[in-house]
Design a protein around this ligand. Structure first.
Ligand SMILES: NC(=O)c1ccc[n+]([C@@H]2O[C@H](COP(=O)([O-])OP(=O)(O)OC[C@H]3O[C@@H](n4cnc5c(N)ncnc54)[C@H](O)[C@@H]3O)[C@@H](O)[C@H]2O)c1
Length: 282
């Protein structure tokens, strides 16, 4: 397991359930202080109770917020600084797919033309715009201190263009492309930007029981923990613009080796570099 995160301060979005809750509790267990932010107050309260049961109630700050709102990100960052005095890590985890708008007993396979404009917009708001708003609010602090981590939870590359999975897939592609551009812009600043995904359908609310009744076949949310702790530690200094797959992380290996096996360039960089760019953009 990577080293301790004592002294580090993280913001986790969507911390009330699923991957967000597991990652929040893991960061706390590793010694970090966490501003746990979430839309659903009841769910966030349950994460707070789990943190208290683990003896970490002094190191968690609950912030109920809708991260798609323009005023949420500055408020969350301000509350974090007021309580903990610093900010090192932003974990953009909050996300939604079409299952939120459909009955959980119906198998999810929505044709693009069946998606309503409201559903389409909301998915883009949560999965793309919120990550931009949160990063925009957090980055000035990280840049000033010369150290920071932006970690976005996107999805498997083939989900991005899978029929029946839109606009979720496309929204995650937009998120990951933006993240990769951000990594380039942050080069040399001490702030890194990487993607972390479970590596398959994970056992959370997002994957409805109708989708996969045998929950044991789903990826355990805990696969996120080892790569997350390594990414948040000083051991991953300089590692940026990459995507890590939790299910492929081999805990029997030293973290740097596990990271090599479970990591790849973020987005689809290997396919690019074909377009002719104006010299000014190089
Ligand atoms: N579950 C999977 O199979 C899977 C696979 C790949 C990637 N992901 C990604 O992992 C992340 C976490 O998903 P999960 O599976 O834990 O889902 P989940 O539904 O269990 O949890 C997501 C949490 O985000 C919160 N949230 C949603 N909109 C929000 C908003 N506007 N403001 C604040 N909080 C908000 C929800 O209330 C919820 O508690 C998502 O970005 C998802 O796209 C999930």
């Amino acid at each position: 397991m990577p080293g301790s995160l004592d002294g580090k301060v993280a913001i986790v979005t969507g911390a009330g359930r699923g991957l967000g809750r597991v990652m929040t509790l893991a960061l706390l267990a590793a010694g970090a202080r966490v501003a746990a932010t979430e839309l659903d107050a009841e769910a966030l309260d349950e994460t707070g109770q789990a943190a208290a049961a683990a003896g970490a109630d002094e190191r968690i700050l609950d912030v109920v917020a809708d991260v798609t709102r323009d005023d949420s990100a500055p408020r969350i960052v301000r509350a974090t600084l007021d309580r903990f005095g610093r900010l090192d890590i932003l974990l953009n985890n909050a996300g939604i797919n079409m299952s939120l708008f459909r009955r959980p007993d119906v198998k999810l396979n929505v044709k693009s033309w069946e998606v309503t404009p409201e559903e389409f917009r909301r998915i883009i708001e949560v999965n793309v715009i919120a990550a931009f708003l949160m990063s925009r609010a957090a980055l000035p602090i990280m840049l000033k201190q010369g150290w920071g981590r932006i970690i976005n939870v996107t999805t498997s590359l083939d989900t991005m263009y899978r029929g029946g999975m839109q606009p979720y897939g496309g929204s995650k592609a937009a998120n990951e492309a933006q993240l990769l551009a951000l990594a380039q812009e942050l080069e040399g600043t001490g702030v890194t930007a990487n993607v972390l995904v479970p590596g398959g359908a994970a056992n959370t609310r997002m994957v409805s029981p109708a989708q996969e009744p045998d929950r044991a076949k789903l990826v355990a949310p805990e696969v996120m923990v080892a790569p997350l702790l390594w990414l948040c530690s000083n051991e991953s200094d300089g590692v940026t613009g990459r995507r890590f797959i939790g299910a492929r992380w081999d805990k029997s290996l030293p973290p740097a080796e596990a990271a090599k096996k479970a990591g790849a360039p973020a987005a689809w960089q290997q396919l690019g570099r074909q377009a002719i760019n104006p010299a000014s953009m190089r």
